[in-house]
Every structure is written in structure tokens, then in C-alpha cells.
Design a protein around this ligand. Structure first.
Ligand code: ACO
Length: 336
């Protein structure tokens, strides 16, 4: 009689957890004062005082000519992989959240895969602007828990300086370049506790780059356009809703949050969200002063800074939340 084969385990992982974080900022740092001088040369007036008072931003990083989103993404990915104690070859899913891809196609994720020397695993970009990282984390979590992957590289990478109109002082002072990454792994212990994603396409025009490429030319307007006050009003409302939704789904309360790591758009939006959740600013990770708004990269960048500076520790409960063009928004509650 032939022995029957040992049955394969069909148990799916119950949880995913962040195994390691990484980030990369371009070398060139541009302070508000330096930017103000550069803009003055174009006849555009701004000041360090105005920018700090309205946004909390003091400086941002801009890439050198020739540097693309995948360059930043790969640097962040390598340090996340090292922190996770694994090898690039162990990664079986790559998601890059970006609004500033290297090319129209292929995806920046495929370019990252090639630069990391990985072959075969699924790789794709996710476009949800500044909410991109919470969207990507949610998708990776679902794919791991369904058995489609076991160790995912989730990256937010942006070169927003390429799509800024430096004649528009209402937008060009707000953004910066950078990348942040996490390795998300299957786990028997929590882990991501709850996620909550939304979009409302009625607000497409509130924050957009209303251009496209056709017939060898850029059609429309290839720069960031924004109704700042409209964004502000919408953002503070939806961020509170998403935060409350993930807390309710996980059966937790505001008091359980050790760290709020919000999208780093503007200090006033972060203060308002913290107030609504009855959290002191000492529980909010703030990097907007040093990075500006790096869109999909801002949350993983802030997370990595907080981990490496020793503020975020294993076992801490983190609330990540993002909001951006689309309009899109969402939150992820996790035990780190
Ligand atoms: N320097 C100096 N003056 C400026 C600048 C600048 N960089 N930008 C605008 N101004 C002027 C305007 O021209 C206007 O002048 P006026 O009164 O003579 O017409 C005055 O400042 C007030 O302009 P507002 O647009 O009303 O300024 P507001 O107080 O709303 O601040 C800001 C603008 C900071 C953009 C604010 O609306 C905001 O924080 N919005 C949130 C949007 C945001 O964070 N976007 C980031 C991207 S979206 C995301 O990531 C979610």
C-alpha cells in the first residue's frame, strides 16, 4: 500500500504585521528662506513666517535632476528589508503607492522589482495620491490574509517637485520629495487590526494635476492645482470619521492609541484631528516641518523616523491615516 502524502496545511494567516520599516530622503534640503529667494527671482512673493504659520513646514527635500521615484523607493525598500531581517528574494509582493511614477508605464513597482533583482512576484502601483500608503497597506494586508503573498513590500514614493508650478505660491511651498517603505509579513499575532478606506469622486477638481499625455504632447495642465480651503475643510471631517471607524472595528477607543501617524500635509490639519480624538500633540508623530508634504510617502516616512528615533516601539498601537486627491481617505489601526 502506498503511504498517503502528508496533508498540506491550508490554514491562512490570521494577521499581518510590520516586520521592518525604511525611508530615503533626497540629499538636497531646501529651507523656506531658500525657497523664498528662489521664488522671488520669478517675481513670486512668500516668506518663512507665512509658510511656518499656515503649514508648519520649515524645510523640504528635492531630488536632483535625473533622480526618479523608483530610486527613492529602492533606497527605502532596502532599509525596510534589512530592518525586517530578510532578503530581497523573500519578498513575494510589491506595491508602490505613487502619483509621480517614473514612466506612464510600466509601473514603478516593476522598475523597483528589477532594481532589487527580484523576479516573478506580482508588482503594481497604486494611485490614491496622499492616501496611497493606507490604501496599499490595506490591499497588501488582504492579499497576505487570503494566501496570495506572505511577505509584501509596501512603498510610498514621490518626486512631487516635478509637478509643482513654482509660479503658484499657494501650492509650491507645500510639497517635498521622499520615500518610505515597510515589509508586511504574515503573522499569528496582531498586527493590523482594522482598516477603513473611502473615496468621493465628486471632489476630483479640489486637488488634481489636470493634464495627460497624448499625441506626443502634454494635454491640459501638468501641475498640482488645489483649492486649499476646500481641502482643509473636507480633510478634517473625513479623518475623524476614518479614525473612529477603525477604532470601532477593532473594539478599541482613543485611549488605546499610543501614536497617531497622520499624513503630513499641514500641522493645522494634524492638530485639528488630534483635538477631535482627544489626543495631545505629544502622541502625534510630526515630520511635516522637515519633509513638507511628500504625499504617499509621508506616512511611511514618518513611521520610519519614529521607529528609528525610538519613539515607536514594538507593542505600541498606531493609528495611521491619510487623505488626498480623489478625494480619497482612509485609516489603518495596528499593533506595531
Ligand atoms: N506665501 C505668502 N502668501 C501666500 C502664499 C504663500 N506661499 N500662498 C498663498 N498666499 C496668500 C494668498 O494669495 C492670499 O492672499 P490675498 O489674501 O492677498 O488674496 C492669502 O495668502 C490667503 O490665502 P489662502 O489660500 O486663503 O490661505 P489659507 O489660510 O487658506 O492657507 C493653505 C493656504 C496653507 C494651503 C491652507 O488652505 C491649507 O492648509 N489647506 C490644506 C491644504 C493642504 O494641506 N494641501 C496639501 C495637499 S492636500 C493633502 O495632502 C491632503
Amino acid at each position: 500500500m502506498t503511504p498517503s502524502p502528508t496533508p498540506l496545511s491550508t490554514a491562512l494567516p490570521k494577521y499581518t504585521r510590520i516586520a521592518g520599516t525604511g525611508s530615503l530622503l533626497p540629499e538636497r534640503q531646501v529651507s523656506n528662506a531658500e525657497l523664498a529667494i528662489e521664488l522671488a527671482g520669478r517675481g513670486v512673493e512668500t516668506s518663512d513666517d507665512w509658510i511656518v504659520e499656515r503649514t508648519g513646514i520649515r524645510t523640504r527635500h528635492f531630488v536632483a535632476p535625473g533622480t526618479v521615484a523608483s530610486d527613492l523607493a529602492v533606497g527605502a525598500a532596502r532599509s525596510a528589508i534589512e530592518a525586517a531581517g530578510c532578503q530581497a528574494q523573500d519578498i513575494d509582493l510589491i506595491i508602490v503607492a505613487t502619483s509621480t511614477p517614473d514612466m506612464v508605464f510600466p509601473s514603478t513597482a516593476c522598475i523597483v522589482q528589477q532594481k532589487l533583482g527580484i523576479v516573478g512576484c506580482p508588482a503594481f502601483d497604486l494611485q490614491a495620491v496622499c492616501s496611497g500608503f493606507v490604501y496599499a497597506l490595506t490591499v497588501a494586508d488582504a492579499m497576505i490574509r487570503s494566501g496570495s503573498a506572505s511577505r509584501a513590500l509596501v512603498i510610498g514614493a514621490e518626486v512631487f517637485s516635478r509637478i509643482l508650478d513654482f509660479n503658484d505660491r499657494g501650492t509650491c511651498v507645500l510639497f517635498g520629495d521622499g520615500a518610505g517603505a515597510v515589509v508586511l509579513a504574515a503573522s499569528d499575532t496582531p498586527g493590523l487590526l482594522a482598516t477603513d478606506l473611502h473615496a468621493d469622486g465628486r471632489h476630483v477638481g479640489l486637488l488634481c494635476v489636470p493634464g495627460s499625455v497624448a499625441g506626443g504632447q502634454v494635454l491640459g495642465d501638468p501641475f498640482v492645482r488645489m483649492d486649499g480651503q476646500g481641502v482643509f475643510k473636507l480633510a478634517v471631517g473625513v479623518l475623524e470619521q476614518a479614525a473612529r471607524a477603525v477604532l470601532a472595528k477593532a473594539g478599541r477607543t482613543e485611549a488605546d492609541i499610543d501614536w497617531l501617524i497622520p499624513h503630513q500635509a499641514n500641522i493645522r490639519i494634524m492638530q485639528s484631528t488630534a483635538r477631535k480624538l482627544k489626543l495631545g500633540m505629544d502622541k502625534v508623530i510630526v515630520t511635516v516641518a522637515d519633509h513638507g508634504n511628500t504625499s504617499a510617502a509621508s506616512i511611511p516616512l514618518a513611521l520610519d523616523v519614529a521607529v528609528r528615533s525610538g519613539r515607536v516601539n514594538r507593542g505600541d498601537t498606531l493609528l495611521l491615516e491619510g487623505v488626498g486627491g480623489g478625494f480619497t481617505w482612509g485609516a489603518v489601526l495596528l499593533d506595531y
